[in-house]
Ligand binder design. Structure first.
Ligand code: C2E
Ligand code: CA
Ligand code: CA
Length: 764
């Protein structure tokens, strides 16, 4: 995966580079022509200077021609010519004039006779037949002044016949003057060379006409001396690269004026312009690159930030916030993300029903809350608050009322919490709190206040609801894990639910109790295999005749260690871990087998078996029951199931179907412990019940307690009106028996008649 920033930098840089190189090639193509312009400029100067010199020379030539063509001279009469030439030479710029016959015998105006037959002009005019000639510079062999001279010569003609020649001797000074006047660009100068490569004029004093272009190293192959004009490169004495721009001086034998300049200097301006342009382009490139970097950073930084925020949120930190202030799509994305995060936070941390924090949020906040009070020497407590039998509120009043109750309940708790304390929904009807107090006593006091408030009757949509609240408390300290602390609080709460104390602090004893319970459970698990269960039977008699109508089968566990624990406690445990299903099935089977033995010829004798609603949840219950009936030979009408008004009976709809099927089979039902449960009356009308058993707690108080007496009478009246049989259990005395008979109770069960007996005692 490539980073978006790198991608942006690469693409921006590619784009800028492309633009840059485009510009660069365009510019450099144009700039390539610049050196030619410079060369042209130099060439123009060279041409102009060559012209200038030509004009001078032509001027001199014209003068010599005029002299040569004058009547005096054409006569070749020396005596006439001598004064003429002397006078002319004074007027003209010639150093002297010489007139020669065709043999080279000459007279000079400084009045000497000389032989010029070996001189260049003589050869050109007399021998080659040219009309005029300009010599190379040379030192006069006649005047020893070390000043180079040239001769400008013209033929003397008589009747078209060359009869002699006139020479004008000129010092090369006029050429030197022109040459020396040419300076440009600091080091620029000019020199003149003849077609042989011999120096004609040079501004440097050490370069004389004896020097030739051999002194320099031509860098171009072509010999410029053969060309009319142009340029060439050479190394001078000091090995510096020089540029020479030359032009031919017409009316000479082919002299060239060479403008010379240090190559670097010649093009210095252009190079500086070129450099300037190159540097500007480079600076542009750099700026563009920096801009690309800056832009990529500017554009990608918010994306990076957003990515960081995403990652933080993925790790579970929902307190991060994306930047919303950016005025583009990234800002939009940030806004959407924040919205999503808020919703996510709600979903993750907030319990939708109570609006409280949930357990997850509690776990993540707890260490922080603890940290916030650690300095104040306070102890942090984790409290689990549980509503007893909350399920019944949902079942009886509906979920909306249940939820409303939870909301009110939690708000009552919340009102009593201090800053930095926290309430969260734990599970269903359980809340978990973090509280701070100086000691156990203080926190207990505060929890008790909370319990007192929440146990006040609550008004929820015209209903008055009472809550029974239990609390388990554990101390939060960093030496134990949060899981451990919550486990401790949960154990304490369990204990609170099963004891008189509404607030239980976790201590090591609880762990011991748990271990004991586990040992008990393990023993119970083995009880069936070890055949440790047995049934005892207690008769139920007709109230008028005391004749035995049937027996109630009551379970016993013959375990050396646990036999003294009340069987109802064992049943509760078996219900809580599901073992009741197998135990209950065993009891039905055993009771059926024993009934067959017990009843002998009394076929009316019935067997009442206690069953737990947990057993009814098991879909195999009916099949198993049929199998038992088949195997034992009992008939359904011989059996009656006693069910208690257990909380598990509250969700009546799910049990109804099973009860109906059993009823269809022919088995009767009796409502056990009638009067102690919830809204018993509602259920008797809805369930297939044909008998009710008044709980022994009322029966036993029937003589002393007016309320119990009234209640028992009411139950009997109700049962009669509903056509149900009524059994009074726990009848211990004659007085109780008599009163119940008087009240119209149909059947009696209790120690007054008989304690529960083992089957072999009954068979005797
Ligand atoms: P229960 O169904 O109400 O059974 C009557 C209880 O009252 C029995 O206690 C019985 O021994 C006791 N009892 C009978 N007459 C008197 C009396 O005159 N005075 C007093 N004080 N008590 C009397 P037990 O056997 O300890 O059984 C306790 C509970 O355990 C039963 O209450 C029943 O709910 C449950 N239980 C017993 N056996 C089974 C069983 O096989 N299956 C199921 N699911 N529950 C059973
Ligand atoms: Ca019973
Ligand atoms: Ca009972």
């Amino acid at each position: 995966m490539k980073s978006i920033r790198i991608q942006m930098v690469i693409s921006l840089f590619l784009a800028t580079s492309l633009v840059f190189f485009g510009l660069y090639f365009f510019a450099s193509n144009r700039l390539k022509t610049l050196p030619d312009l410079v060369l042209n400029q130099y060439q123009e100067i060279a041409d102009a200077r060559a012209n200038e010199l030509e004009n001078e020379i032509v001027g001199m030539l014209n003068q010599i021609e005029m002299i040569a063509l004058s009547n005096v001279v054409t006569t070749m009469n020396l005596s006439e010519i001598q004064p003429f030439l002397i006078s002319v030479s004074k007027q003209q710029r010639f150093r002297n004039l010489t007139i020669s016959d065709i043999n080279g015998y000459a007279w000079a105006t400084y009045d000497e006779y000389i032989d010029i037959s070996n001189q260049q002009q003589y050869k050109e005019i007399i021998e080659n037949g040219n009309d005029w000639a300009i010599s190379y510079p040379f030192y006069s062999p006649f005047i020893d002044d070390n000043i180079p001279i040239i001769t400008v010569s013209h033929a003397i003609k008589n009747n078209g016949q060359t009869v002699g020649l006139v020479n004008g001797v000129v010092s090369t000074g006029f050429i030197d003057k022109v040459v020396q006047s040419i300076t440009f660009k600091d080091s620029g100068f000019a020199w003149i060379v003849d077609e042989r490569g011999q120096v004609v004029s040079h501004p440097r004093e050490d370069v004389t006409i004896d020097d030739s272009i051999d002194r320099i190293t031509l860098l171009s192959n072509t010999n410029f001396l053969t060309q009319d004009h142009g340029n060439f490169l050479f190394l001078n004495d000091l090995d510096v690269r020089m540029l020479g721009v030359f032009a031919t001086i017409n009316h000479t034998s082919g002299w060239k004026i060479v403008l010379t300049i240090n190559e670097e200097q010649a093009f210095a301006d252009i190079y500086s312009v070129l450099n300037y342009i190159n540097i500007s382009l480079l600076v542009c490139l750099l700026i563009m690159f920096l801009f690309a970097l800056f832009y990529a950073k500017h554009m990608s930084t918010p994306i990076f930030r957003l990515k960081q925020v995403f990652e933080e949120a993925t790790k579970g930190n929902f307190n991060v916030k994306a930047n919303e202030s950016i005025n583009n799509e990234i800002g939009d994305a940030g806004r959407s993300f924040n919205k999503m995060l808020t919703q996510l936070k709600q979903l993750t941390y907030i319990d939708p029903i109570t609006g409280l924090n949930n357990y997850f949020s509690f776990l993540s906040e707890l260490p922080r809350l603890h940290q916030s009070v650690i300095k104040e020497n306070m102890t942090c407590y984790v409290v689990i608050v549980s509503i007893d039998d909350f399920k019944k509120i949902n079942t009886i009043y509906g979920y909306e009322a249940g939820n409303e109750t939870l909301r009110l309940f939690t708000s009552l708790i919340n009102e009593q919490l201090k800053e930095n304390e926290m309430i969260a929904r734990y599970f269903g009807d359980e809340m978990i709190l973090s509280m701070f107090a100086l000691n156990d006593h203080d926190v207990q006091h505060r929890i008790q206040n909370i319990i007192n408030t929440t146990q006040e009757p609550m008004r929820i949509s015209n209903l008055e609801i009472h809550l029974d609240v239990r609390c388990g408390v554990a101390i939060y300290d960093t030496t134990s894990s949060i899981d451990d602390i919550i486990r401790q609080a949960t154990l304490a709460k369990h204990k609170a639910k099963n004891s008189e104390d509404t607030i239980v602090f976790y201590d090591q004893l609880i762990d011991q109790e748990i271990q004991d319970l586990q040992a008990l459970e393990a023993a119970l698990e083995k009880a069936l295999i070890n055949q440790e269960f047995s049934l005892v039977y207690q008769p139920i008699v007709y109230s008028n005749t005391k004749k035995i109508k049937g027996y109630e089968a009551l379970l016993r566990w013959n375990h050396p260690k646990y036999k003294n624990i009340g069987i109802d406690q064992i049943i509760k445990l078996a219900e809580s871990n599901g073992m009741i299903v197998k135990i209950g099935q065993w009891a039905i089977n055993q009771a059926c087998k024993d009934l067959i033995m017990m009843r002998k010829d009394n076929l009316e004798l019935t067997m009442s078996v206690n069953i737990s609603p947990i057993q009814l949840r098991n879909s195999a219950f009916l099949t198993n029951l049929k199998a038992i009936l088949d195997q034992t030979g009992c008939e359904p009408k011989d059996i009656q199931f006693e069910i208690t008004e257990h909380t598990a009976m509250l969700d009546i709809e799910s049990k109804r179907l099973m009860l109906d099927k059993i009823k269809e089979l022919g088995v009767d039902f009796s409502m056990d412990d009638f009067g102690t449960g919830y809204s018993s009356l509602i259920y008797i009308s809805q369930l297939p019940i044909n008998s009710i058993k008044i709980d022994k707690s009322f029966v036993q108080k029937i003589l002393d307690d007016e309320y119990s007496k009234t209640l028992v009478l009411a139950i009997i009246t109700l049962a009669n009106s509903l056509n149900l049989d009524v059994v009074a259990e726990g009848v211990e005395t004659q007085e109780q028996f008599d009163l119940l008979v008087n009240m119209g109770c149909h059947y009696i069960q209790g120690y007054y008649i008989s304690t529960p007996k083992q089957v072999h005692e009954l068979l005797r």
